[in-house]
Design a protein around this ligand. Structure first.
Ligand code: PMP
Ligand code: GLN
Length: 390
């Protein structure tokens, strides 16, 4: 009676842990969203657009002013030369852009290469579109792929590769050499890259985000996906975009027209203004976040936790095994939210096969008091953990 892929699907770990956090009145360092409400000038523009702006259906591809602003933003910040009229489409969040890419580009039976840990939405959407997943497993602490891993994964049947860079939940940023290697495989196997780059602005010195689209041979075979939710710390807004060469954009538009057709025009107008007026925000936001990251990392280290590097995203990972916790990540997270009042995300939830079970993801885009108390509560969870190794 119902589709078997959806029937078998569990509720996403983000919703599960946020639900438990609400139930137990816990501090929520799980789901990735900031404590702060987001830049006030952009929110004021949205409010103004609701009251005095246009509130009927906007053009299907998005407000021209936003598409121009997206092309300008990527031109200035990432050196991409984009034609806003034929290469930029506004979507209802990156999630819709991902769905458009999978629905518009996959033929049933096509092979799709994906990297684990996997953002939760990828695999069900790829499978529902008829794709057959080939998984490449990345492991801590480096979370990198190499030539042998790509040789094993790519074949003449590989239609798409899905790259999330910066990588949620690993908090790693793909080095230039690795991107060049992946580009080489895409060209060799005539593969399209779907690049989920929602975290592109949330990158900390000295790491640097480079778009795969800029690598040799990739301009015509890349769908680059962005999200204003992450650019402006407004995660609930669900204003995203997809950028691709005209032949790809034309077919992506066919998927978009029957998924959502459009995105709220008032939010689009505010994001357009934000992209054109936010150099200060883009300079300050990663510095503020790096400070929060360092505060949480410091507090955790003082409590005896081993913390992995975080070069981008809102996330920091703790290595439970190296921190003397014998429990697996899921059990630890359930104990932490239930008994110690702090929610976190078990990274094993991002693996389809052969999971890494010793890493817990924490969101640090929070106020200092929340981070300090979160670290204390995690230490409590560690103390309560059975079979503690130290
Ligand atoms: N991809 C990744 C890797 C994400 O982390 C997120 C949300 N945090 C999304 C996509 C979804 O973005 P949006 O809210 O714009 O749909
Ligand atoms: N991307 C956010 C995270 O990784 C959550 C998004 C969601 O809840 N779907 O925590």
């Amino acid at each position: 009676m119902v589709n078997s892929i959806y029937a078998a699907l569990p509720t996403t770990i983000f919703e599960v842990m946020s639900g438990l956090a609400r139930e137990h009145g816990a501090i929520n360092l799980g789901q990735g969203f900031p404590d702060e409400p987001g830049p006030e000038p952009i929110r004021r523009h949205a409010a103004e657009a609701v009251l005095n702006g246009y509130n009927q259906y906007p053009p299907m591809a998005g407000l021209p002013e936003l598409r121009e602003a997206v092309a300008g933003h990527y031109g200035r910040r990432q050196g991409l030369d984009l034609d806003w009229k034929t290469e930029v489409t506004v979507t209802s969040g990156a999630t819709e852009a991902l769905a458009c890419a999978f629905l518009a580009l996959i033929e049933p039976g096509d092979e799709v290469v994906l990297f684990q840990p996997l953002y939760d939405a990828y695999l069900p959407m790829v499978r529902r579109a008829g794709g057959v997943a080939t998984l490449v497993s990345l492991r801590p602490p480096q979370w990198r792929f190499d030539r042998a891993m790509l040789e094993a994964a790519f074949s003449e049947r590989t239609r798409l590769v899905v790259l999330n860079n910066p990588l949620n939940p690993a908090a790693s940023v793909c080095p230039e050499a690795d991107l060049a290697l992946l580009a080489e495989f895409c060209v060799r196997f005539d593969t399209i890259a779907v690049c989920d780059e929602v975290w592109e602005q949330v990158v900390f010195e000295p790491a640097r985000h480079l778009p795969l689209m800029a690598f040799p041979g990739m301009r015509e075979r890349t769908v680059k996906i962005g999200s204003a939710g992450k650019m402006f710390a407004l995660t609930g807004w669900k204003v995203g975009c997809m950028v691709a060469a005209p032949p790809l954009t034309q077919v992506l538009a066919k998927a978009h027209q029957f998924l959502t057709f459009t995105t709220p025009p008032n939010l689009q107008a505010a994001v357009a203004w934000g992209l054109a007026n936010s150099d200060d925000w883009f300079a300050a936001m990663p510095i503020d976040l790096a400070r929060s990251r360092d505060r949480l990392a410091g507090a955790l280290r003082r409590e005896g936790f081993t913390v992995l590097d975080s070069a981008g995203t809102y996330f920091l990972n703790v290595d439970l095994a190296a921190s003397g916790v014998a429990e697996n990540d899921r059990d630890f997270c359930l104990r932490a939210v239930g008994e110690a009042g702090v929610a976190a995300i078990p990274v094993s939830a991002f693996y389809e096969t052969d999971p890494v079970t010793t890493i817990v993801r924490l969101c640090f885009s929070k106020r200092d008091e929340t981070l300090d108390e979160g670290a204390r509560r995690l230490a409590k969870a560690r103390a309560l953990s059975p079979g503690r190794a130290s």
